[in-house]
Ligand binder design. Structure first.
Ligand SMILES: Nc1nc2c(ncn2[C@@H]2O[C@H](COP(=O)(O)OP(=O)(O)OP(=O)(O)O)[C@@H](O)[C@H]2O)c(=O)[nH]1
Length: 354
């Protein structure tokens, strides 16, 4: 994931850095007519001093100026960052980052860079990276640690999975079941997709393989009743978590959305988790937002991240919906699920924090 974006961000960093170096250098230029032959710059280090004393090649004027500007602050103007900001905007949009989220990242970068005295540390790239890091962290928000959430809430914690057809909801229910068992929690699955032929068998097969109990009714039964029974089972058997699968549906199908509303009222989930596929890019972000408006969403899972080189949905969805990403699905195996940690994502995009 992010392969394409990572490479392009590296180029943008270089562009920002060279523009800032240039701006800082320009700030150092003496006024017209002033003496420029010998800038009052001390060699940077004892090693540099030694080199100078030995009469070897002394640093050029430009190198001396660079040393000087790195030790002080620079006041950047809009024109200094206009071009790389525009390039950054294009790169984000090309990689499926939603327009309002792109705007937000650009606005944060501009706010952090323009019109402020910024201290240039050891490297201009550090300044660029820290500004980008803070803009990206700003839109990714905080993650949601599911294990911690479960430990801090009354059991059974009830998690309802919603989303459109075929995005990987059922597989995700199984993966989350496996993840929770590995983390020491007991789990029951409610086979709430009573609509699609074969859906009950599908979730049952997954659950059997993982040694998880499934609560199921006949095909065509009322999913609210199935999920109510799953919750009763969990209460009676001291199970930590109920995972509720549901049929795929589009937010504009009123009857199916009413069914979801009924499920919510009957099952009273603690978390409603919207599942969509990262590869759908902006479509996934728009659908997530629409689902949130229609039935509410507490967290998002993005599946098929392994097939998405852009990563735009992962960057956009939390800011758009205003809810955290819980997991990324990274393959078809039960272990192919990773908790979404915004900091780790930013580190992957920009390189580890030094
Ligand atoms: N590569 C990849 N494939 C995935 C991932 N998650 C699910 N899939 C595959 O996506 C396909 C659809 O998954 P399902 O779990 O059946 O989807 P669903 O949303 O429950 O489908 P409906 O019940 O029709 O709504 C299956 O072939 C899964 O193996 C993932 O993270 N990566």
């Amino acid at each position: 994931m992010f392969d394409s974006l990572k490479k392009k961000l590296q180029n943008i960093r270089t562009k920002f850095a060279s523009n800032i170096e240039e701006a800082a250098g320009a700030e150092q230029e003496p006024p017209e007519g002033a003496e420029i032959s010998e800038p009052a710059v001390q060699p940077e280090s004892p090693a540099a001093e030694e080199t100078a004393q030995e009469g070897q090649e002394s640093p050029t004027f430009f190198e001396k100026v660079k040393v000087l500007v790195r030790e002080r602050e620079v006041l950047l103007q809009e024109k200094d960052v206009e071009e790389p900001l525009f390039e950054l905007e294009m790169v984000l949009l090309e990689n499926d980052v939603a327009l309002p989220v792109t705007d937000e990242i650009i606005a944060r970068m501009r706010r952090d860079l323009v019109g402020r005295h910024r201290k240039i540390g050891a490297s201009v790239d550090d300044l660029v990276v820290s500004t980008l890091r803070s803009a990206l962290c700003g839109v990714l928000g905080e993650g949601l640690d599911l294990s911690r959430y479960i430990r801090e809430h009354e059991r059974p914690v009830k998690i309802l999975f919603t989303g459109v057809n075929g995005t990987g909801k059922t597989t995700t229910v199984a993966k989350v079941g496996q993840y929770l068992q590995t983390n020491g929690f007991t789990v029951v699955i409610g086979a709430g997709d009573t609509f699609r032929a074969g859906a009950i068998e599908q979730i049952r097969t997954h659950a059997d393989r993982l040694g998880i109990k499934t609560i199921q009714h006949q095909a065509g039964a009322d999913p609210s009743a199935v999920l109510f029974d799953a919750v009763q089972y969990a209460k009676a058997h001291d199970i930590d978590v109920v995972l509720a699968d549901t049929a795929g549906r589009f937010h504009n199908r009123a009857n199916l959305m009413n069914q979801l509303d009924k499920i919510r009222r009957v099952m009273k989930p603690d978390l409603v988790v919207y599942v969509d596929e990262a590869v759908a890019g902006n479509d996934a972000v728009i659908r997530a937002d629409e689902f949130n408006k229609a039935v509410g969403t507490d967290a998002v899972v993005l599946t098929k991240a392994d097939m998405d080189p852009k990563g735009g949905a992962a960057i956009s969805v939390a800011h758009t919906v205003g809810k955290p990403i819980l997991f990324l699905g990274t393959g078809q195996g039960y272990d192919d699920i990773v908790p979404f940690e915004p900091r780790a994502v930013v580190n992957e995009l920009l390189g580890d924090e030094s």
